[in-house]
Design a protein around this ligand. Structure first.
Ligand code: BGC
Length: 555
């Protein structure tokens, strides 16, 4: 009995001692320097756990079970990929938290990092504030405004429990035929550079001490996404020189490099023809996290076998995982892996809408005002007898927001799309109550000639599009835009407002137009357009790209 008791005591002491030791895990200690935590964690990881960290999968196939089974390191929402149509901030947060629980249930409890395209506000989310697309922000030339947009966007994204955005796009678009041109601030690298203030808006100011949160090296972004493009015939996703030699070694980038959506698949033509080769070339070039996004077991199995067969060296895997973990530790994800429910009210809040309205005002570019210098048409008088508002884009929230809005390609429509103010409702809210506003999307000459209008506002432009769907060799205003312009402007003094992701050919009609305004893709706050048309604010926007005379001049 006595010896049994003594034995139990010894056992108890041993268990306590073991427990005591188990309680202290270096990488879990926020007091330890990030480098110490990363090294400690990396030293405990199996190959499967490391490869999981390098794998980013799409929300649609990301259950908590799959995340824990494959040690998945990151999940994303592709364009339009939402937990449910019109999901609330809370519904988003609980989806992300549910996935996070899966990640935290694993042996090492490494949190996932959830990422999303928030490229003009938190654009996938119903009732988020939608800011002008980057081409419009380029016209503002206002780095401080763009920084404030970054701050507001960060809050709206955090409201949905998401800590990571794929933005800003720092492309310098030189060719407007490219369907992504509106994602670029300008054709001028200096303008693009000046508006990277979005980054300090999104992430917070660069801390004075090099190592502060969330900056991995005191130098700016924590992740870089490789583009689909090629340079001198080499796919960016396979470009060792730019990714490893230049970005990581010469510029000493300390964050992680992520692929684009199936970006490594496209190293071959046709895409995915030789996935093993794509994996070898992409990871060999220096990509750390792969946006797979669906066939992740194929990716994991293939990468595992390439590492086991020493085709891809373990040192490359360790570099990738080191970088991913460094970002996760630095941003505080281990300490705060879940959504902060107190932020839910940030989504689409009034202050952010006011900011977007300011951005719209500053993005408008006045290109013609009156048929002669002596007859300016703008600003328009608020008090008038009767005015006509016409055109496909006058009363259409979806069209004024463009692509990357609620869905990947964007869509036409109003309340069915999201919440905001159309240009027509903005005009109605701005004019004097005694002014009659007649709206006709596509008026015939009878309507136009039969009535006596003081002036007309015609709002036309491009349909929403994103990426390759917007590639276009024929940069003209789509019909019925030109016919509406001609019908209205031949009888009524008219202002044409163009809603487009790029300059379009206006040469055939510009002579018949009294005033012409480029409004780009202004987003949900159409009131900003009326603020300037009616003179509450002046025009300050400047073209951020060349306005070409004809389609052939850009061929
Ligand atoms: C786009 C990226 C985007 C990704 C995820 C790709 O098609 O090129 O800009 O981040 O999809 O939505």
């Amino acid at each position: 009995m006595g010896s049994l008791h003594r034995f139990s005591c010894v056992l108890l002491v041993l268990c306590l001692a073991a427990l005591g030791r188990a309680e202290y895990v270096k990488y879990k200690d926020p007091e330890q320097p990030v480098a110490v935590r990363v090294k400690d964690l990396l030293s405990r990881m199996t190959l499967a756990e490391k490869i999981g960290q390098m794998t980013q999968i799409e929300r649609e196939n990301a259950t908590a079970e799959q995340i824990s089974k494959y040690f998945i390191g990151s999940v994303l929402s592709g364009g339009g990929s939402v937990p449910a149509p019109r999901a609330s901030a809370q519904a988003w947060a609980s989806m992300v938290d549910g996935m996070q629980k899966g990640a935290l249930s694993t042996r090492l409890a490494i949190p996932i990092i959830y990422g999303i395209d928030a490229v003009h506000g938190h654009n996938n989310v119903y009732k988020a504030t939608i800011f002008p697309h980057n081409i419009g922000l380029g016209a503002t030339r206002d780095p401080d405004l763009v920084k404030r947009i970054g701050e507001a966007t960060a809050l709206e994204v955090r409201a949905t429990g998401i800590p990571y955005v794929f933005a800003p796009c720092v492309a310098v678009c030189r060719d407007p035929r490219w369907g992504r041109c509106y994602e670029s601030y300008s054709e001028d690298p200096k303008v693009v550079q000046s508006l990277t203030t979005l980054i300090s808006g999104l992430q917070g100011d660069v801390p004075s001490n090099e190592a502060g949160k969330p900056y991995v090296g005191g130098r700016g972004v924590s992740t870089v996404m490789v583009s689909y493009s090629s340079w001198n015939g080499v796919k960016m996703h396979a470009n060792h020189h730019l990714i490893t030699d230049f970005l990581k070694n010469k510029l000493r980038f300390r964050g992680f490099v992520i692929s684009d959506w199936q970006g490594i698949d496209r190293i071959t033509s046709p895409p995915h023809k030789n996935y093993s080769y794509s994996i070898e070339a992409g990871i060999g070039a220096g990509i750390d996290m792969i946006m797979v996004p669906y066939t992740y077991t194929e990716f994991i199995d293939d990468l595992t076998s390439q590492v086991e067969n020493k085709i891809i060296p373990m040192s490359r895997i360790d570099d990738a995982v080191y970088r991913i973990l460094r970002v996760k530790f630095t941003m505080g994800l281990f300490e705060s892996p879940f959504a902060d429910p107190t932020l839910a009210g940030e989504l689409g809040k009034q202050e952010h809408r006011e900011l977007a309205r300011e951005a719209v005002r500053k993005s408008l570019v006045l290109l013609k005002n009156g048929k002669s210098d002596y007859s300016p048409v703008l600003p328009l008088p608020k008090k008038a007898g009767k005015i006509l508002v016409a055109g496909s884009h006058a009363d259409n929230l979806g069209r004024q927001c463009g692509g990357w809005t609620i869905t990947w390609q964007g869509q036409a429509g109003n309340e069915n799309v999201t919440a905001g103010t159309t240009i027509l409702s903005a005009i109605k809210a701005t004019v004097d109550p005694s002014t009659t506003v007649v709206y006709s999307e596509n008026p015939d000459s009878g309507v136009v000639a039969g009535d006596k209008y003081d002036y007309a506002v015609v709002v036309v432009g491009e349909p929403p599009y994103a990426e390759g769907f917007g590639d276009n060799l024929n940069l003209t205003i789509p019909e019925p835009g030109p016919s509406v312009i001609q019908t209205v402007c031949k009888s009524i003094k008219c202002v044409v407002v163009l809603i487009s992701g790029r300059p379009l050919v206006v040469e055939p009609y510009i002579g018949g137009i009294d005033a012409f305004v480029a409004a780009w893709l202004p987003g949900t706050e159409g009131q900003g357009v009326a603020d300037v048309l009616f003179g509450d604010y002046g025009f300050t926007g400047k073209l951020s790209r060349t306005w070409f005379r004809s389609g052939t001049s850009c061929r």
